[in-house]
Write a protein of this length. Structure first.
Length: 202
């Protein structure tokens, strides 16, 4: 073995795997789940603001108690009916009603159970919307976070995180469906508005 082969110079290919491994280790040490600490702090702030406003705008509307009447009768063994021993099924939100009934069956107050379901749907909507926005913005965490902040701090959107109705659950499921479509069916998200042909402007 010659002297040149015995001692590899610092920049030789023999040291490249070690350098790459060290670089990857250093990069992973400064990130969590692929996000840098600054990005995580930003997203935590966005989520905190959204959560605070959703809690501050909590309200109960009387329409929610229509669903809770069905829930109460279902829990009492009469089925999801308006009157005991009847066949009147007047609900329009079966999935929401079934989820609230399942939670309330554990002994939790039905109003609280409905709130748990609505806030869970709201959280699903926030996460799904962020994932969609991140894809639209080519992985830009700050642009995606700002997009979600603008949408979910809107008073109407924030208020209907509660309300005893299925609104936030429907929003969450709709956004999850769209996210699934673009993630697993290889659909391409539009990144620019379509251009109109010049003949339309003549």
């Amino acid at each position: 073995m010659s002297d040149d082969q015995a001692i590899a110079p610092p920049n030789s290919p023999d040291r490249a795997p070690h350098n790459n491994a060290a670089s990857q280790l250093a990069a992973s040490a400064g990130s969590v789940l692929g996000y840098r600490w600054a990005e995580l702090a930003f997203l935590a702030t966005v989520l905190g603001i959204i959560a605070y406003l959703a809690a501050a705008n909590y309200f109960i509307q009387d329409d929610g108690f229509i669903t809770l009447r069905y829930v109460d009768h279902w829990l009492r063994g009469h089925g999801p009916v308006w009157y005991p021993d009847s066949t009147e099924f007047g609900y329009t939100n079966f999935l929401f009603m079934a989820l609230v009934t399942a939670v309330a069956a554990t002994g939790i107050d039905p109003v609280l159970a409905a709130g748990m379901v609505t806030y869970s749907g709201f959280l699903i909507a926030v996460v799904a919307a962020y994932q969609i926005a991140e894809r639209l913005n080519h992985g830009n965490v700050y642009a995606a976070g700002l997009t979600v902040l603008i949408i979910f701090t809107n008073y109407t959107v924030s208020s209907y995180a509660s309300g005893l109705l299925e609104t936030s659950l429907q929003l969450g499921l709709a956004l999850l469906t769209y996210l699934w479509a673009v993630s697993y069916t290889h659909l391409t998200l539009p990144t620019t508005l379509p251009r109109c042909s010049s003949r339309w402007w003549r």
